[in-house]
Design a protein around this ligand. Structure first.
Ligand code: GLA
Length: 731
């Protein structure tokens, strides 16, 4: 008994600090140490009173090792201490030449902002550090929320005008992150365009400021707010240091990765300062978007897995208890705007026989929508296409065992619409200037309270009056002429913030009122995917490009930053719309099954063999879906590097692993490379089952050690051959 008590006390004393004290503060030293997952983050107040970064990297358990930082000395009169000292949140003032976190203009013309430490306090898992300008009551509150389970630190700031005159903020960043000074860094980022999002770039980090951004009012296809920095000489997919981060903002954003001549490396991100000018009246404040950062010593694969886990637990609605993504059918690529009650009913019958769980009507069901020239804004059911309303299709979908979803594009208006004829002033524009159309549409200015209420109300009515389980929320253009003449001139640039906050507000209210409603974020493909929209949507449409070969690269880029379970992926018809490529049905299915499976082809054209195969693939997907949607993703062979590619997913309970392998094109009869699995239990036995018998040599059960070290050989031949292999851990 006494022994047991002693053991308990020993464990308590030893584990108490790590478990409870994620945020440590030493008031004597004015040093904070944040312990999160495998990571330690430290900062302190230097002799001038600035909040200075000390450390971000692998866990250093002994907090006492961190001492009060000292500002870096002036190296030459051209390299001031203000610039060379890594501040946590530098104001543009004194002699700062690097990227500022805050730039402001006071009413009297003063533009000097120098922020010094005032106070701090910790509440639960969040530290708040208060800074203040040395000569005015411009205050900045910095927040650090520590996620022990993943090591992610969420940072954001709140800027408060406590002076008695207005202050204009020209740049308001969420955070500046400092990496250990030195050379030999590489950085990774994602760019793209419509139909070709998620292109991964990996480059050595050179001296200078490198900017990824969107000036488009939304997240954009062109660049995504995610970065990873590693040390290419040490870092691989499976080992070595990686610092990474992502912004939670669906408006114009910017991330600046800077390496100075003195080999200091900083990452600053938040609202895009371009055309920014947020006016704070006395007493007003502005909160910046969350900027999430993480570190791992286990390579780029682990950096992605940490982010995926973090998104599933802390970002996505429902958290870990969110339901698995259902298999859906959507007829967009089959019918485009030619939707009708009869046509949709016929497709619903066919879809349900394949095991589809959700039936979705895409664009074309509302207003006078015959093509993309008219109708956006008029959200009543088109009587010619659906003479009895939506009810017959919804009821039939339910009777067939599917729930029902529908496409909407709430932020847009066609000039050819009743809404625009009634409220031309609701469109985003500068009065008296041209209104540039894209896809024949204009943006509704969601920053306006009346527009926001209108949009919320019709969506609420649509969902209240019809049994709708799912909205595909589209957004098919970027901003232009971002005017907001309903408010005084000096307030008009607030549109960049207010629009997005109002969008979030609509989504939040809709979800609160309809707790079972699920939403997909779509923007002509993957134009609005970020950790801000993901807090309020359950899945995303990653790209309008559904060509199975292109998808492999797109999906590889997407899953660098985002969890595969939210990546809606359709099996569509061939030749593909974008590349006119003809790829076998199985390959198309297996590519889509490595995300959230959807069927997007014309089922009326499927042969009996195709229908039979499709039903078999859907059934297989349902068996592996927990591993794909909630497991750990291992990128075994990247699609960019070879004629083949392979990914593996290990379920969170470790009982199932699933491999997808694709032979893009075979040359010289070269066999498919041996595939070495990862993340298995060395000693456990796994039952091996290929989706089609004969595609793996191993039969019966083999050990995890064998699968990871000997690997397995796949019998794949010719162009576009593919397989999926399931490994079930034996009890
Ligand atoms: C966007 C979407 C497509 C489809 C069309 C409908 O392009 O990305 O999936 O919904 O709009 O107009």
């Amino acid at each position: 008994m006494i022994l047991r008590w002693c053991v308990t006390l020993f464990l308590f004393i030893n584990y108490w600090p790590a478990a409870l004290a994620a945020i440590q503060y030493s008031p004597e030293k004015k040093v904070w140490v944040l312990q999160a997952g495998e990571t330690t983050y430290a900062m302190g107040v230097n002799e001038r009173g600035e909040l200075q970064s000390i450390y971000w990297g692998p866990r250093v358990a002994r907090e006492a090792d961190f001492s009060t930082p000292r500002g870096r000395p002036e190296v030459a009169s051209f390299d001031s201490s203000t610039s060379t000292t890594p501040q946590e949140y530098p104001g543009w003032g004194a002699e700062l030449y690097n990227e500022p976190a805050l730039k402001a203009t006071y009413a009297d013309g003063n533009r000097d902002v120098v922020l010094h430490f005032v106070d701090s306090h910790t509440e639960g898992d969040t530290l708040e550090v208060q800074l203040k300008d040395i000569a005015s009551d411009l205050q900045v509150h910095l927040y650090y929320r520590v996620f022990e389970d993943t090591g992610i630190i969420q940072r954001w700031s709140r800027i408060e005008n406590r002076t008695n005159q207005a202050i204009i903020l020209e740049s308001a960043q969420s955070a500046a992150w400092s990496l250990p000074p030195g050379e030999g860094y590489g950085w990774h980022y994602l760019t793209g365009q419509w139909g070709a999002e998620w292109q991964l770039h990996s480059e050595p980090l050179q001296t200078g400021a490198h900017v990824i951004e969107s000036r488009r009012g939304s997240t954009s296809h062109q660049s995504n707010p995610w970065f990873a920095i590693d040390r290419p000489a040490q870092t691989t997919e499976e080992s070595g240091p990686v610092w990474f981060g992502a912004l939670g903002w669906s408006g114009s954003w910017r991330i600046t990765v800077e390496q100075t001549a003195m080999r200091q490396v900083r990452v600053t991100g938040g609202f895009n300062p371009f055309d920014f000018g947020y006016r704070l009246k006395p007493g007003e404040q502005l909160e910046t978007p969350p900027f999430y950062g993480g570190f791992t010593g286990k390579g780029r694969g682990e950096a992605s897995r940490i982010l995926h886990r973090f998104e599933r637990i802390h970002i996505l609605p429902g958290g870990e208890n969110a339901r698995l993504r259902p298999v859906l059918y959507n007829s967009w690529e089959a019918t485009e705007f030619r939707v009708s009650e009869e046509g949709q009913l016929a497709l619903a019958e066919k879809a349900s026989k394949l095991g589809v769980e959700r039936f979705v009507i895409d664009d074309g069901w509302f207003g006078q929508r015959k093509d993309d020239h008219a109708g956006l804004g008029d959200w009543y059911v088109n009587q010619e296409k659906f003479p009895h309303g939506l009810k017959p299709v919804i009821d039939r979908a339910h009777a067939l065992g599917m729930d029902f979803g529908i496409w909407v594009e709430p932020e847009m208006v066609n000039p050819d619409s009743d809404l625009y004829r009634k409220h031309p002033d609701w469109a985003m524009n500068f009065p008296g200037r041209p209104r540039t159309e894209a896809r024949n549409q204009l943006l509704l200015n969601l920053a306006r309270a009346d527009v926001k209420e209108y949009v919320f109300n019709w969506l609420d009515q649509l969902v209240s009056n019809n049994d709708i389980a799912f909205l595909k929320w589209d957004y098919n253009r970027n901003w232009s002429e971002p005017g907001w003449d309903a408010v005084p001139v000096e307030e008009q640039k607030k549109i960049y913030v207010t629009y997005v906050r109002n969008l979030y507000d609509i989504l939040d209210r809709l979800r609160a009122k309809h707790p079972k409603l699920e939403i997909e974020s779509c923007s002509g493909g993957g134009g609005r995917v970020d950790l801000g929209i993901l807090k309020r949507t359950d899945e995303v449409w990653a790209s309008d490009n559904t060509d199975a070969l292109d998808r492999l690269t797109l999906q590889d880029g997407f899953t660098q930053a985002y969890t595969p379970g939210i990546m809606m992926a359709w099996v569509t018809d061939v030749p593909s719309g974008i590349d006119h490529r003809v790829v076998p049905l199985k390959f198309r299915f297996l590519v889509a099954m490595s995300g959230s499976l959807g069927l997007g082809g014309n089922l009326n054209k499927y042969s009996p063999d195709d229908l039979q195969a499709a039903a078999r693939y859907v059934a297989f997907y349902k068996r592996i879906r927990p591993a794909v949607q909630r497991g750990a993703l291992y990128r075994l062979i990247a699609p960019e590097d070879s004629e083949s590619s392979a990914t593996e997913y290990v379920s969170s309970d470790g009982r199932q692993a699933v491999l997808f392998a694709y032979l893009h094109s075979q040359q010289f009869g070269t066999p498919f490379p041996t595939v070495f699995l990862r993340g298995l239990d060395e000693d456990a036995l796994y039952k091996v089952e290929a989706i089609d018998p004969g595609q793996v040599q191993e039969v019966g059960t083999v050990s995890g050690g064998y699968l990871m070290h000997h690997g397995i050989d796949l019998d794949l031949h010719s162009d576009y051959d593919s397989t999926s292999v399931l490994f079930e851990k034996q009890p």
